[in-house]
Design a protein around this ligand. Structure first.
Ligand code: NAP
Ligand code: GLV
Length: 311
């Protein structure tokens, strides 16, 4: 091993590791890059980059591991993995491209709902000229972090009335913010509810019957955070009872969404396959290399996860 360089293991069971290997290998800081699965000796690996799930017992092969990073914004895949040591820094991707793309996706969903695009598409099939007009909307954003905070700001610029909800109270210009204890008042305003919370023991199953009943009649749900936030049957019941008017879902408890899931066929549900905002290797690699340089000089890493909070 070159003493100046750091060996890396990449475990990406969902994405192609190639762009990551190519991008990282251009840096003088980077030594050998291994891609899991491998039979190579991993003793010198100091850094692990993971996009879920990590195979069992990989950590046992890395006695010199110093830092783990998720290759996405979410770290739930690491938080639930018992082999992840609690004494190593864990970081995640916080990237303006990720925030921009998420905001664009949610705005698309909001506009499609506000402008009744599904009804217009249906009418077009029978040459039906029906002037369905639109109303202004109050939008509730759950989670005001890197993604939800960006979204809330942009929605204000677009003229929506915006309500925000987070664990600790935030101040965002033009946004009426609520902390966790204010959930009832927050929900009561949200004609569209956008979920951008992380999955933690406190937020698992948070999109449930009780929360749906707290929303105004006719409310619309956009879930772009994680499938484990949503109790799917409660959503289907609320849609069938006519309380919720529809849902745009990008994330699911089981991905790919099983072909026998009732969600696929539900007329009020739009499904996309976890593509709301996808990490851009080029910009994420800059962030990872910045942190690698900090690791080498002993500076604090950026975008660390608070393991006790779970995000
Ligand atoms: P983040 O920066 O960690 O922000 C999380 C926000 O949720 C914070 O405002 C936090 O409150 C709030 N929160 C956490 N626990 C809470 C609780 N119990 N009650 C109320 N609020 C709570 O996360 P992010 O980078 O914005 O990403 C959010 C999630 O988006 C990720 O975890 C991931 O699951 C998902 N995601 C999905 C896609 C996709 O393509 N579908 C892409 C990227 C990310 P405080 O501000 O008070 O800490
Ligand atoms: C995608 O879901 C991410 O967490 O980046």
């Amino acid at each position: 091993m070159d003493q100046q360089k750091v060996d890396i293991l990449i475990s990406s069971s969902v994405w192609d590791p190639k762009p990551w290997v190519e991008g990282l290998s251009k840096s003088d800081l980077v030594g050998e890059i291994h891609v899991w699965p491998t039979k190579a000796d991993l003793t010198n690996v100091e850094v692990l980059f993971v996009w879920k799930p990590l195979a069992e017992r990989v950590i046992d092969l890395l006695p010199n591991l110093k830092w783990i990073s998720s290759l996405g914004a979410g770290v739930d895949h690491l938080m639930i993995d018992a082999q992840i040591p609690s004494d190593l820094p864990i970081t995640r991707i916080v990237d303006p491209f990720l925030a921009r793309d998420m905001t664009n996706y949610v705005v698309m969903g909001l506009m499609m709902h506000q402008r009744s695009m599904l009804s217009h598409l249906e009418n077009q099939k029978s040459n039906t000229w029906e002037r369905i007009t639109y109303q202004s909307l109050k939008v509730g954003v759950m989670g005001l972090g890197a993604l939800g905070g960006h979204l809330a700001e942009k929605l204000v610029d677009l003229g929506f009335e915006v309500f925000g909800f987070s664990r600790t109270l935030k101040e965002i210009e033009g946004v009426k913010c609520f902390e966790a204890s204010g959930i009832k008042d927050f929900l009561g305003q949200a004609e569209v509810l956008v979920n951008l919370l992380p999955v933690t023991p406190q937020t698992t199953d948070i999109l449930n019957k009780e929360v749906f009943e707290g929303l105004p009649k006719g409310a619309y749900l956009i879930n772009v955070a994680r499938g484990n936030h949503l109790v799917e049957q409660d959503l289907i019941d609320s849609l069938d009872q006519g309380h919720l008017s529809g849902a745009l879902l990008d994330v699911f408890r089981t991905e790919p969404l099983p072909s026998d899931s009732a969600l696929w066929r539900h007329p009020k549900v739009i499904i996309t396959p976890h593509v709301a905002s996808v990490t851009t290797p080029k910009s994420a690699i800059e962030l990872l290399l910045n942190n690698l340089s900090r690791l080498k000089t002993g500076e604090d890493l950026l975008h660390t996860v608070n393991i006790n909070q779970g995000y």
